[in-house]
Design a protein. Structure first.
Length: 267
């Protein structure tokens, strides 16, 4: 299988007013924005699930409005992660997982668990949280990815814990949050948050070339050189892995152009 088939590139959401004059065609109906966006990128990270509980019918509608092969990643409810004691999140986790995610069927991608920048790594409490994460929903396997935003997670102890539980860790390209490319799961999840408004594609062409090279390397089971890490890069496995890359913040109005430009490079 070609490595580019394992790489999905997308944006955060599909409802953003500035996109209505630089991404969506003029006069495009707002009710059909997901239909259009999902045919320009190959994945979308949904932020709305972080703030609100969706209904099964909503997930089913998203499934039906998007093309075959498309994929959603879903940000888990903030009630699961924004708490002092993570070990007490069980009920919130079950409510979120049981809200209808399986209606996305084959289009259900990773579930992103985002933690506050003030949330420090507590090994015992974090392991208790990971123990609460279900492996599947309605018979469909779940893939979990941790979006950790405090520098205390840059530790071998955290990496070992995440690997033991087979959860991925977000590689964040940002000056505001810890940025480390150590793999902890069997897929790679990157959030590119440093787009610049003065660059039409958010990232300079040379940077997009480098991102494309990293994506192909990850997908082929290798480890790109020159990225920030907590530990030395392990030997290449040669085992293909899925890669998710999202243009997610910074100059958000440039996100679709950046994503589409990266997709062109990978094609």
């Amino acid at each position: 299988m070609a490595t580019d088939k394992l790489i999905r590139v997308g944006i955060g959401g599909w409802t953003f007013e500035p996109w209505r004059d630089n991404f969506f065609p003029a006069g495009w109906p707002q009710a059909r924005e997901l239909e259009y966006a999902s045919r320009q990128v190959t994945a979308i990270e949904v932020n709305g699930t972080y703030y609100s509980t969706m209904k099964p019918a909503t997930f089913a509608k998203w499934h039906d409005e998007t093309p075959d092969g498309f994929m959603f990643s879903l940000k888990a409810s903030r009630f699961c992660t924004n708490r002092r004691v993570l070990a007490e999140a069980g009920d919130s986790i079950q409510r979120f997982i049981g809200s209808g995610l399986s209606e996305l069927r084959s289009k259900l991608g990773p579930v992103v668990w985002q933690f506050a920048p003030t949330k420090r790594f507590d090994a015992a409490d974090f392991e208790a949280f990971l123990d609460l994460l279900p492996a599947s929903v309605d018979g469909r396997p779940l893939r979990h990815v941790m979006d950790v935003r405090h520098d205390s997670f840059r530790s071998p102890e955290y990496l070992a814990l995440a690997r033991r539980h087979r959860v991925a860790t977000v590689f964040t390209h940002s000056a505001d949050y810890p940025s480390f490319a150590d793999l902890t799961g069997d897929f790679l999840y990157a959030r590119l948050m440093s787009a610049r408004a003065e660059v039409p594609t958010g990232y300079e062409p040379a940077a997009l070339d480098a991102i494309a090279a990293c994506a192909r390397c990850w997908a082929a089971g290798d480890e790109p050189a020159g990225l920030p890490r907590v530990e030395a890069a392990p030997p290449a496995t040669g085992m293909p892995r899925d890669v998710f890359i999202f243009f997610i913040n910074g100059a958000k109005e440039r996100a679709p152009a950046g994503a589409m430009s990266l997709i062109d490079r990978l094609a």
